[in-house]
Design a protein around this ligand. Structure first.
Ligand SMILES: [Zn+2]
Ligand SMILES: [Zn+2]
Length: 231
């Protein structure tokens, strides 16, 4: 189970989350993968050559988000795990950007296929998974009307996806990444008030966001505005 807590500073407006995310390095793709520990993802940690936990904060001096990857386990044959993870993060972000561009191209092309079933039309956008509109409730609609309607729906759907991913991508690009090798430390030495140094400017910041730390950007109070549990 994962507990996600979203904190917001009512003074400067920054939002940060504390969700107990973990990561693995996928050696086949040479990419890192961040995820919450849930029933369906629990097994992903087993057998990974590098794994650890991820936290996020912000550095008030450089004004950037800071993502901290603490390596907890490394297989013996992996050399320079911090460099490996850093490269994995870069590859992940580059790939994310490519997928986003692909999505924008799919929107531009808006390729569709119209088929007629018993008295109604079905419009399918084969380039976007699961994007299929069936008009069996409206057999009176003409083919042109159906296409028009389906195109509107398609645009709305894809715009929403692009907007969400654009925001995530911008955040990735506007973040610094700190990789720490903690593989020699025991799993249960978690200190909620641990501090680390920003890799860009050296400023000391709290590694985790929680009730006991002030806003990393302005020093005022952080408020937990949402608390969600996932299985
Ligand atoms: Zn603040
Ligand atoms: Zn900094």
């Amino acid at each position: 189970m994962a507990i996600v807590e979203i904190y917001k500073c009512m003074d400067c407006g920054i939002e940060l989350k504390d969700d107990g995310s973990v990561f693995i390095w996928d050696s086949d793709l040479n990419q890192t993968k961040d995820f919450l520990i849930l029933m369906m993802t629990h097994d992903w940690l087993h057998g990974a050559e590098i794994s650890g936990d991820v936290s996020e904060t912000c550095c008030r001096i450089c004004g950037k988000f800071l993502k901290i990857y603490s390596i907890r386990e490394v297989q013996d044959d992996v050399k320079n795990p911090c460099e490996v993870v850093m490269e994995g993060i870069k590859n992940y972000i580059a790939n994310y950007g490519r997928e986003l561009e692909k999505l924008k191209c799919i929107k531009k092309r808006a390729k569709y296929i119209v088929t007629k079933e018993e008295g109604y039309y079905v419009v399918e956008f084969p380039e976007l998974e699961h994007c299929k509109y069936s008009y069996y409730f409206f057999p009176e609609m003409t083919k042109e009307e159906v296409i028009d309607d389906a195109l509107n729906e398609f645009n709305e759907e894809i715009d929403e996806m692009v907007e969400g991913r654009d925001e995530t991508y911008q955040k990735y690009l506007n973040s610094n990444y700190l990789i720490i090798d903690n593989s020699d430390r025991s799993q249960d030495d978690y200190d909620p008030l641990e501090k680390v140094n920003c890799p860009e400017c050296g400023n000391e910041v709290y590694k985790y966001i929680n009730h006991d730390v002030p806003c990393p950007r302005c020093g005022k109070e952080l408020l937990c505005i949402n608390h969600i549990c996932y299985d």
